[in-house]
Design a protein around this ligand. Structure first.
Ligand SMILES: [Fe+2]
Length: 245
């Protein structure tokens, strides 16, 4: 797939505009918990800048992929989300309130709110600097998965096992336990009406082909392996601490 085809795909990343979902009460969500992303913005949503340069994650993720992924794909989710919520009962909700309340059948809101949230979080979870998990998080990982190595293995299996497009996640469950899950498309663990195992995402990996195809082609496993060089454990630690308070 060449660059032009990628850009074309980016334009298709969003889905058709929302009709008029009914039965959603435009009131603040009752979900308790942390705000995973800074701030609690409402529509119109904006594309956040990358916290590093497009080429900062080289050689693990190449500059061209980051440019297209951020500007075109994430940009399309933001635009399509704003179009989808306009005039709908979701219009006055924050992004995380939308995720908590979105109905399965409201596909434009579901896909684009998920796409905006997932990518906003993903950029923050990557870092050009080498970081390591805190002792507290390491202890929790060892306690849950028996060892750090086993945790990576389980996460990698989840990431490689996503059929088609989706995400692998490390979450903190409502019982404050760690768990590894995967979600299809742009679904995520905050979607109360959609995912089976809900929780607060503290680490996520985008395994859509648009995240790796230019460099890794069809070999998702190599991209998944490279991801571990880029994890921003400082951010994961922060989210873990907030989710387990
Ligand atoms: Fe993506």
């Amino acid at each position: 797939m060449n660059k032009r085809e990628f850009i074309k795909l980016a334009g298709l990343a969003g889905v058709a505009a929302l009709g008029n979902p009914t039965g959603i009460i435009a009131a603040p969500a009752s979900r308790k918990g942390i705000s995973v992303l800074d701030g609690n913005a409402k529509a119109p949503f904006e594309l956040p800048p990358l916290p590093y340069g497009f080429d900062a994650l080289e050689p693990h993720i190449d500059k061209a992929t980051m440019e297209i992924h951020h500007d075109k794909h994430h940009g399309a989710y933001v635009k399509n989300l704003n179009d989808a919520v306009k005039g709908s009962p979701y219009e006055n909700l924050s992004l995380e309130e939308i995720l908590a309340k979105v109905k399965v059948e409201d596909k434009a809101v579901r896909n684009n709110a998920g796409g905006h949230f997932n990518h906003s979080l993903f950029w923050k979870l990557l870092s050009p600097q080498k970081t390591t998990p805190s002792d507290k998080l390491k202890t929790a990982i060892n306690g849950t998965f028996t060892s750090y190595e086993k945790f990576e293995e389980i996460f990698n299996t989840a990431a490689k096992g996503v059929f088609g497009s989706g995400w692998a996640w490390l979450i903190v469950t409502p019982g404050k336990k760690l768990s590894v899950i995967s979600t299809p498309n742009q679904d995520n663990p905050l979607m109360e009406n959609i995912v089976k195992e809900r929780g607060t995402p503290i680490l996520g990996l985008d395994v859509w082909e648009h995240a790796y195809y230019l460099k890794y082609h069809n070999v998702r496993a190599e991209y998944v392996t490279a991801f571990w060089n880029l994890v921003n454990w400082n951010e994961v630690d922060k989210l873990y601490a907030a989710a387990t308070k």
